[in-house]
Design a protein around this ligand. Structure first.
Ligand code: 13P
Length: 252
């Protein structure tokens, strides 16, 4: 039985004061979910240290939104996996479609980042997902398979043990229109089946999150699907009541 995981992706939002306010509001109610659902919050790198401090003693775990796939070196402006670990991150979101789409991040770069995360002990959250045009062209399976295979082929299946995948259809992100539970379940099952061809045992333990316009009103029916193991939540994670409701749905 995979315990559900809900991850807040704060993206490039927040300030020191607003983050503190939001965490103050969500920490006490979410404490009652300890042991039933795993919860993580991924702030901007600059806010990681203070977020880690604010989460001390709570059941919410800190994560980051990106890393650079080298241990250390001359790479101005970038942040390594070991730096994130040193500052208290436990998770890292990798290959988000905003990075793939707007910043040109390639499958190969995402695979390097995944390997770096694993080497440093971070739990990677690998994002995959198709655009509207790709879905309309019937290419969903080919696209997400290519994104997944780029990682498993570089790192080997053992690196997927305990890792997290997030299926985020690009057309659903920030659009207000999520994938239907059936659409999401079909892709989640396909991703798990693809992993199971390499190792059924490891595939059975990988948590596959859904992301894309998840909110308090639609989370429960998404979580009811057998291969949806939680959510990667953008906009709704910035609203205390919404995020609390989503986490509560995951824990019930
Ligand atoms: P929204 O929940 O705002 O659609 O964003 C989803 C997302 O991209 C999470 O990584």
């Amino acid at each position: 039985m995979r315990r559900k995981l809900v991850v807040a992706n704060w993206k490039m939002h927040g300030s020191r004061a607003r983050n503190r306010q939001l965490l103050d509001a969500v920490k006490p109610p979410l404490q009652s979910l300890a042991g039933r659902v795993d919860i993580a919050v991924c702030p901007a790198h600059l806010h990681l240290g203070e977020t880690v401090a604010a989460l001390a003693g709570s059941n919410i775990r800190p994560g980051a939104q990106n890393l650079y796939g080298l241990a250390e070196g001359a790479m101005t402006g970038e942040t390594s996996a070991s730096m994130l670990v040193d500052c208290g991150a436990e998770f890292v979101i990798l290959g988000h479609s905003e990075r793939r789409g707007h910043l040109g991040e390639t499958d190969a770069e995402v695979a390097d980042k995944f390997a770096a995360a694993r080497e440093s002990g971070l739990i990677p959250i690998l994002c995959v997902g198709e655009t509207r045009a790709e879905r309309d062209a019937g290419e969903t399976e080919a696209v997400v398979s290519r994104q997944l295979d780029a990682v498993t082929e570089k790192t080997g299946m053992e690196a997927m043990r305990g890792a997290v995948i997030a299926y985020e259809p690009v057309w659903a992100i920030g659009s207000g229109t999520p994938a239907t539970p059936e659409q999401a379940q079909a892709v989640h099952a396909m991703l798990r089946e693809r992993l199971a061809r390499r190792s059924e045992e490891i595939a059975g333990g990988v948590r596959i999150l859904y992301g894309g316009s998840m909110n308090a009103a639609n989370a429960a029916e998404l979580f009811a699907q057998p291969d949806i193991d939680g959510g990667l939540v953008g906009g709704a994670s910035l609203k205390a009541e919404e995020f609390i409701t989503i986490c509560t749905s995951a824990g019930s």
